[in-house]
Design a protein around this ligand. Structure first.
Ligand code: XMP
Length: 317
């Protein structure tokens, strides 16, 4: 029978054999798969694994700093790259969801290629591809798919000519988590909800600005930290907030306000293919709504998304 310990032992030996003294680059996303892939390869080759963690300016509040910190504590050789402005510049004025995804994918490739070039004589590109990604290779989702759809734009970036190593490509998600826990990776990383590669860009309807990102980060942070505080986080498969361009009238003291509506979304699911909205307790929703409206400037109304997938998707874009 499959056990995480056996898998780790066999895979580390195999990686050492395959990679030898070569250098490897890997893009960390903060998610489970890339983190577990990195720790496995780190066990095999140590400092010859060069991890790159890009801040695209579309992550959750404080996420870049806190996750980078966890990676450093795990002993990984990781470089954090602040590329926020490059992403915001590429996204300026774009409202179409697919064009946002394309812009983000393109800039990610540029930034990653720049960084990979700084690793002298690198031979391998490591990826956290898991088995469902392999069988679903025609998927239009996920960072690897984003990379694929850019294959033919002006030739391959150099890092894509590297030999590829994908140590998790026979595993399902729950097995990846078991391996991660056995490798003592922070529960904060292993137990985290899925988060889309394009990040908050597809939760801001309309065009993206740094200011809108900041508003949504505050809203999202209130929602997620309350889920954690009340123990509901682990019962939810994925949760997040959406900043809509709809403005509505409100009152604040004697003043009339005209500000944005945000939507909260929380779903249960097994694999994201189908999903149902979570029956979160009314009291919980009341507290989160009050906190958001009291604390976040520019938001005066909160709604809860009660649509299941299908037909509604989990993300709004
Ligand atoms: P939907 O919205 O299609 O989402 O019901 C299903 C799952 O996929 C995630 N998602 C993405 N992940 N790049 C990603 O890496 C994307 O462009 C993307 N779009 C959606 C979504 O967060 C959910 O977990």
């Amino acid at each position: 029978d499959w056990t995480p310990d056996q898998f780790i032992e066999a895979t580390v030996a195999e990686l050492q054999q395959k990679i030898g003294n070569d250098k490897v680059v890997l893009g960390l996303s903060g998610g489970v798969d890339s983190s577990v892939a990195a720790m496995l390869i780190h066990q095999a080759i140590g400092k010859n694994l060069y991890c790159i963690f890009v801040d695209n300016g579309l992550l959750r509040k404080d996420e870049f700093e806190s996750v980078l910190d966890s990676y450093k504590h795990m002993g990984l050789n990781v470089k954090g790259v602040d590329a926020k402005d490059r992403f915001y510049a590429a996204l300026a004025g774009i409202s179409d969801p697919e064009l946002k995804r394309k812009a983000i994918g393109r800039v990610f490739i540029e930034v990653f290629d720049d960084e990979a070039h700084q690793v002298e004589d690198v031979k391998w590109l490591a990826q956290g591809t898991i088995y469902p990604d392999v069988i679903e290779s025609i998927s239009v989702k996920g960072p690897s798919a984003t990379i694929k759809s850019h294959h033919n734009v002006g030739g391959l970036p150099d890092f894509m000519k590297l030999k590829v190593v994908e140590p998790l490509n026979t595993l399902f998600k729950d097995e990846v988590r078991l391996v991660g826990r056995t490798l003592k990776i922070d529960e904060n990383i292993i137990g985290r909800h899925p988060f889309p590669g394009p990040g908050l860009a597809i939760r801001i309807l309309g065009d993206i600005t740094a200011e809108k990102v900041q508003v949504l980060q505050q809203v999202d942070h209130i929602f997620i930290s309350n889920l954690k505080k009340t123990g509901l986080y682990d019962e939810v498969w994925q949760a997040g907030a959406i900043l809509t361009p709809v403005q509505s009238v409100g009152v604040m003291g004697d003043e009339r306000t005209y500000e944005n509506v945000v939507a909260l979304r929380a779903v249960t699911s097994v694999d994201g293919m189908t999903a149902d909205w979570c029956r979160l307790p009314y009291e919980f929703l009341a507290d989160v709504s009050n906190e958001i409206i009291n604390k976040v400037k520019g938001v005066n109304r909160v709604v809860y998304d009660i649509s299941s997938k299908p037909p509604a998707t989990i993300e709004w874009e």
